[in-house]
Design a protein around this ligand. Structure first.
Ligand SMILES: Nc1ncnc2c1ncn2[C@@H]1O[C@H](COP(=O)(O)O)[C@@H](O)[C@H]1OP(=O)(O)O
Ligand SMILES: [Mg+2]
Ligand SMILES: [Mg+2]
Ligand SMILES: [Mg+2]
Length: 398
């Protein structure tokens, strides 16, 4: 199996570009600077007593609803739809609208359960002077999406209801109890570019991720990058979902039957292809390249935004995902929780650079060694060895 640039480029060309946002993006909004499943034993203890069926159904509904709002906004984004956060990262009406909708749908579907959610956005900037127009736009988007869906018979939400829904994502998470983990738009920069993004939702129970859903509205349904699996299907929009001990499934976001997916079974690194961030500011591309070179990976990296990388990897489109953030950047749980269970339930592994499993029980940050490595079980030992060697070389040369 191999992959080449020409083979993967359709993933980007398939998606209409948004010329207005390109201008926006440049002007204002850059940041500062076939496998079996192996759930962990502790996960098995949880899954033997819990089915999480109701929670998974609610999560799929919530993420699909949020995806509908995001698609609508991405098609017609205007400058006033975007704000810059205190860290100068972009946030759009769709990030807020998606978070409000997920929170609304989960609380509605699971009204008998206590609700706790750790989510990326909060309403502080929307409560400031001058944000009223944006808040009204978000409220309209949320109400229109709920009405068009027809699932919920509710009276129109007020701006206050929307602020409250956004702020129900303020939980701190941790090792006890249940907490939803949400990134309402993962890959906002990709979203603004008209490229890949994901709505990423997971459930943490007693410190373990027990289910995850990834809605990837722009990801092609057909697998890409595999020479032997070309398809004429140009449709986009994938919903990945996984539950502990039950495998990973993908279905068309627009409706259709779910199919079980598996990570690539490739053992020879020369035949593997790897994913990395589109944004060089999010991951050290040079470091990934050195590692890939040492491994003998032949194909150039496939650069896509967001946790769509985890989804693509879970169905075998590529075999390795390397992420080495710049020094000082702290990874958040909402950027990896859903993707991680989607890959592990599809037979893959996700660890930090030292080979430790990712620990989502420490609050909003992931406490990890150097970077994140995702691959299948066969390639992981070699990959960890090469990562370690490369790190040692860098340390001894500096
Ligand atoms: N400086 C950074 N380094 C690494 N990741 C970042 C940085 N800034 C934002 N991110 C987050 O990385 C994720 C996208 O990574 P990528 O697409 O490169 O894999 C997003 O979750 C994005 O946040 P956000 O959810 O706000 O888009
Ligand atoms: Mg963000
Ligand atoms: Mg994110
Ligand atoms: Mg986000």
């Amino acid at each position: 199996m191999s992959i080449s640039r020409s083979r993967v480029e359709p993933i980007f060309t398939l998606i209409p570009k948004i010329t207005t946002t390109k201008h926006l993006f440049v002007s204002f909004f850059f940041k500062n600077s076939s496998s079996s499943t192996f759930p962990s034993s502790s996960s098995l203890v949880i899954s033997s007593s819990m089915s999480y069926d109701k929670e998974l159904a609610a999560a799929r509904k919530a993420a699909s609803l949020a995806a509908r709002l995001c698609q609508k906004v991405q098609k017609a984004l205007v400058q006033s739809d975007v704000q810059s956060k205190s860290d100068r990262s972009p946030v759009t009406v769709a990030d807020y609208g998606s978070q409000a909708l997920v929170s609304f749908a989960l609380e509605r579907e699971l009204s008998s359960e206590p609700f706790s959610m750790v989510a990326e956005e909060d309403s502080a900037d929307l409560r400031k002077d001058g944000a009223q127009e944006m808040l009204e736009r978000i409220t309209k988007l949320v109400n229109d999406t709920i009405a068009s869906d027809g699932l919920y018979d509710v009276s129109t939400l007020s701006t206050k209801d929307v602020l409250t829904a956004i702020d129900s994502g303020k939980s701190k998470g941790g090792p006890n109890g249940r907490h939803w983990i949400l990134d309402p738009i993962d890959g906002t920069k990709g979203f603004l570019r008209g490229d890949q993004y994901a709505i990423a939702l997971a459930l943490l129970d007693e410190g373990k991720v027990v289910l995850g859903v990834l809605a990837c509205p722009n990801l092609p349904l057909a697998t890409f990058g595999n020479d032997d699996q070309q398809s004429s299907n140009n449709e986009v929009g994938c919903l990945f979902f996984a539950k502990v001990g039950a495998g990973t499934y993908m279905q068309p976001l627009g409706g259709g039957l779910p199919a079980k997916v598996h990570v690539s079974a490739v053992e020879n690194p020369e035949a593997a292809s790897f994913f990395e961030s589109y944004e060089a500011a999010h991951s050290l591309h040079d470091l990934s390249s050195s590692i890939a070179k040492k491994l003998g990976v032949k194909a150039p990296p496939v650069r896509i935004d967001s946790q769509a990388k985890y989804g693509a990897l879970s169905r075998g489109d590529g075999a390795i995902y390397l992420r080495f953030p710049h020094k000082g950047y702290r990874e958040k749980i909402w950027d990896h929780a859903a993707g991680c269970i989607i890959v592990t339930e599809a037979g893959g592994l996700a660890t930090d650079a030292a080979g430790n499993p990712l620990d989502f029980s420490k609050g909003k940050y992931l406490d990890l060694d150097t970077g994140i490595i995702v691959t299948n079980q066969k390639l992981m030992p070699l990959l960890l060895k090469v990562v370690r060697e490369t790190m040692e070389e860098i340390a001894s040369s500096s």
